[in-house]
Design a protein around this ligand. Sequence first.
Ligand code: URP
Ligand code: ZN
Ligand code: ZN
Length: 465
Amino acid sequence: MPLLIKGGRVITATDDQRLDIYCEGETITRLEPDIDPAAVDPKTEIIDAAGKLVFPGFIDPHVHIHLPFMGTHARDDWASASRAALAGGTTTLIEMICPGPDDEPMTAFEDWRSRAEGTASVDFTFHMSVVRFDELAQRQLRQIVNDHGIASFKVFLAYKGALDLSDADLFACLSLAKELGVIVTAHCENAGAIDAMQAKLVSEGKTGPEFHEPSRPTCVEGDGVTHLATMAQLTGAHIYCVHTSCDEAVNAALAARRRGVNIWIEAVAPHLVLDKTYAELPEFEGAKYVMSPPLRDKSNQAFLWNQLRARAISTIGTDHAPFDFEAQKKALGRDAFPKIPNGIPSVQERIDLIHTHGVLSGRIDYQTFVDACSTQAARIFGLYPRKGTIRVGSDADLVVYDPNKKHTLAHKASHSNVDYNAFEGWEMTGKSEFVTVRGKIQARNGQFVGETGTGRLLKRKPTHF
Ligand code: URP
Ligand code: ZN
Ligand code: ZN
């Protein structure tokens, strides 16, 4: 059924205009100041968007859904994660494929893809983690890029022995990425330094979640960024630093950019609105707020927001990684913080958090909001202009947003399978009213109203030569 969104303020990364949007099939076919409802297909569904904002569907470039990690598994599947994403206005997810070091890349790719296909209700693609780099892995990585349209890798400079790569393999992986035109997303820390610091703190009896940040301070993250950037400079690979949490890491990336390294920077919602005092909460509550890189001193937030406003940081994702508080974080990490499964879920909350704490508090404007939460992810990861903007010919992924709607974040309203909400009780202003994926209404007022399994794998072409 065609869809007419009438009377809204259409906001893109560059514009803010009163326009009507007409969608037929899966795409936007008309974008005009005044489309007469009497002159379109009588079967057209009409959404009255007067007083509302209309955004391109938001893209989260960094989520974990199926995640075997730290001796356990993240709680979401594609059904729950899609519902959570849609309820919050996100229409495309990019999931990290995270195999173990003994797994074959192709087997992992097929596994992650089969979990999404037929279950996802948002469109999706993957970053392919490279955790081994022998001949077989290299051959399969080429196939994953060339035959399956996965145009980004992920590497970890952290989680020693589980996901990290040797320098020789990192160099070879970046060289392959350069050859294939694939961008390499990277978790940047110094894995060896973290191991040493964790052992030292635990031996001193410092075992609680409040010691997670001191075990991997900002210099450890800055060092990771510098190390990756050096390797990128040597190989010419294009790199994207995920979840940069602090001025030291961002400054290391900006210094590399000034040297000519092709480097992009991601921030994630938790670092922008939460600080390390949350990990210091008593009764082990702090474990809810253990992620890596850790929540930082609050002073870093102004710096991150300013770099977003300057568009030096390109994207805002979530790093959604849902581990239960009771059965996972507490049960596994009670005796020693290095065993607390790392991750803070926020795929449902991201857009309202950034609207409330970024736009309404004057830190970024609406264009930067759309750019960081949608357009840049599409551009960097080869989805633009199909995704990430509102123009004739683009997929009809749209969010009709009420910027004045007040609501309270709560676990009971969450669609994620996890047992807590890191933002419980937070007052928000702004909420998605209608969310469409390729012209179909998938969510309405925070409720899933669509069809499960309609999400599609987005094949991408390498662009980072
Ligand atoms: O704490 C985090 N970030 N957990 C998920 C895995 C990762 O490092 O992205
Ligand atoms: Zn990470
Ligand atoms: Zn992550």
